[in-house]
Design a protein around this ligand. Structure first.
Ligand code: ATP
Ligand code: MG
Length: 505
């Protein structure tokens, strides 16, 4: 029996049709993946289901009753959406967050009572949870568990998760999936949006694929493969195999020597030694929050370490500004597109020349608009930035295409050394392939590249050498072929540490 039946849903934003006669049907008690390229219309469809957006056409039936919902009636009907940016109050405890907004107003609830309730709810579904801990003291994976428990406490029996694994570590992903399977056993229904096809294969019963706003396929997971799913999403074959690795003997272009950085309230960096040679990709693996941001900051000149040295092209640049380093051939692609990367409210062309607009090719201080336009058109073509004209607002592009704008901007300046943080987070398989091809081509052209990524598949596909960052230290650094996925996982959890001699080799 289906619990959700959306039929002929159409949603237009101006002249863009985000959902075009979409049919989406979910059976009671199944785990259902909703797949599609960036911009295919997945989030829009779920927002329509929740009454956060009004469709232009179409009908919705939830649990046999037809009619559009509002966010309030959606909750009453047992729907819950677990957002990627958690909506929890950090200074409060787990139990307080779960019960918050739901406690009987005039009754004074004792701490012990609500903690007891939450503990028994967690036990009922087999979730690991300590109700008395403050949210701010919990890792992200556990915070997400709190969001799910909160939905269950509120009586939800249909859970919708929009890219829930993007910020989780591999063990946290396993735990989440274990929990979702338990919910299925308890008769709950789960809809999950993800770009990771392995996850879809491992978790879901059925899959719906959207392409360019239309439903293209509904499949039993058992009867498909990641290759077929990718082909249906993107409309062509996608390569998943690793690029060839090399042992570069070319000169060292970027180096950290015994760098330590104290970061307030954060892990910081401790005695970090790193080298990146021309013609190689060094992958820095690690669970987010182990010093990744600090590492990028020190490398590009957004933070000055307390000790140690940063060497770029044989010159010490430890105290030099980012701008100075960029003019000496460093390129930087930050992890958060909208924080330090792109400027919201600017056009694609403006974003493509951002930080480089003083260059003579753009007219120096008086901007040469025709030259900028031609430059932007060239990059839009070369990088296949979909849905973009030079004067399109950056905000209108989907996540993957915004990411391509950032890459194009930096790569167009032909830097010798490139630091890229989380190159493909939230990006679809087609765009990942294109981005990886660009990065590999840069390496082939002799550039020195450092990639910081929490995605093991990405690290293993691209890197020549892999270093692991754990609690602010490089705990191991080896050639790619000397790593297994299992060892890498252990090392990322701090359970496999190479000796200092090996590391600084
Ligand atoms: N409020 C809005 N105004 C204008 N266009 C929008 C709006 N919301 C979404 N769009 C556009 O609608 C299309 C579908 O967007 P949606 O966010 O549903 O995609 P998605 O499948 O969730 O993609 P992603 O995987 O990148 O999250 C995109 O082209 C997007 O730019
Ligand atoms: Mg989305």
């Amino acid at each position: 029996m289906s619990v959700i039946d959306m039929k002929g849903i159409t949603k237009r934003f101006g002249d863009l049709t985000a959902n075009d006669q979409v049919d989406f049907s979910v059976r009671e008690g199944e785990i259902h993946s909703l797949l599609g390229e960036n911009g295919a219309g997945k989030t829009t469809l779920m927002k329509i289901l929740f009454g956060m957006l009004r469709p232009d056409e179409g009908t919705i039936v939830v649990k046999g009753r037809e009619g559009l919902l509002t966010p309030a009636s959606a909750i009453r009907r047992g729907l819950a959406m677990v957002h990627q940016h958690f909506m929890l109050f950090n200074p409060l405890t787990v139990a307080e967050n779960i019960v918050l907004g739901h406690e009987p107003t005039k009754v004074f609830l004792r701490k012990k009572t609500i903690e007891g309730q939450v503990a028994s709810l967690a036990r009922q579904y087999g979730f690991k949870m300590q109700p008395g801990i403050r949210i701010e003291d919990l890792p992200l994976g556990t915070r997400q568990r709190v969001e799910i428990l909160k939905a269950l406490y509120w009586g939800a029996d249909i859970l919708i998760l929009d890219e829930p694994t993007a910020v989780l570590t591999p063990p946290e992903v396993d735990e989440l999936f274990e929990n979702l399977r338990r919910l299925r056993e308890a008769g709950k229904t789960v809809v999950i949006i993800t770009h990771k096809l392995k996850e879809t294969m491992a978790l879901s019963d059925r899959v719906t694929i959207l392409r360019q706003g239309k439903t293209v396929s509904v499949l039993d997971t058992k009867e498909t493969s990641p290759e077929e799913l990718a082909r249906l999403m993107v409309g062509r074959d996608i390569r998943f195999d690793a690029f060839p690795a090399v042992e570069s003997t070319q000169p060292v272009k970027l180096q950290l020597i015994d760098v330590s950085l104290r970061a307030h309230a954060d892990i910081g960096l401790r005695h970090v030694d790193l080298q990146v040679r021309a013609g190689e990709i060094l992958g820095v693996a690690g669970v987010d929050g182990n010093g990744q941001r600090e590492l990028a900051s020190v490398l590009v000149g957004l933070a000055v370490p307390e000790r140690g040295a940063v060497i770029l092209n044989d010159r010490e640049v430890t105290r030099q500004s980012a701008r100075k380093r960029y003019s000496q051939g460093l390129g930087f692609i930050p992890e958060d597109r909208m924080d330090g990367g792109l400027v919201s409210g600017f056009t694609v062309a403006e974003n493509l020349i951002l930080g480089y607009h003083r260059l003579a090719q753009f007219g120096g201080n008086r901007l040469n608009q025709p030259a900028i336009r031609a430059f932007a058109e060239g990059l839009i073509r070369d990088f296949d930035i979909r849905g973009a004209q030079p004067d399109t607002l950056i905000d209108r592009l989907s996540g993957g295409n915004q990411q391509k704008v950032m890459l194009a901007r930096v790569f167009a300046q032909n830097p010798d050394v490139v630091v890229i943080a989380q190159p493909t987070r939230g990006v679809d398989v087609g765009a990942i392939e294109a981005i990886h091809d660009h990065v590999f081509a840069l390496k082939q052209a002799g550039k020195a590249i450092l990639i910081i990524s929490a995605d093991l598949d990405e690290i293993m596909k691209l890197s020549d050498r892999v270093a692991v960052l754990f609690e602010g230290r490089i705990v191991a650094c080896r050639q790619r072929s000397d790593w297994s996925e299992e060892n890498l996982g252990l090392s990322m959890a701090g359970r496999l540490v190479d000796s200092k001699e090996v590391i600084s080799a």
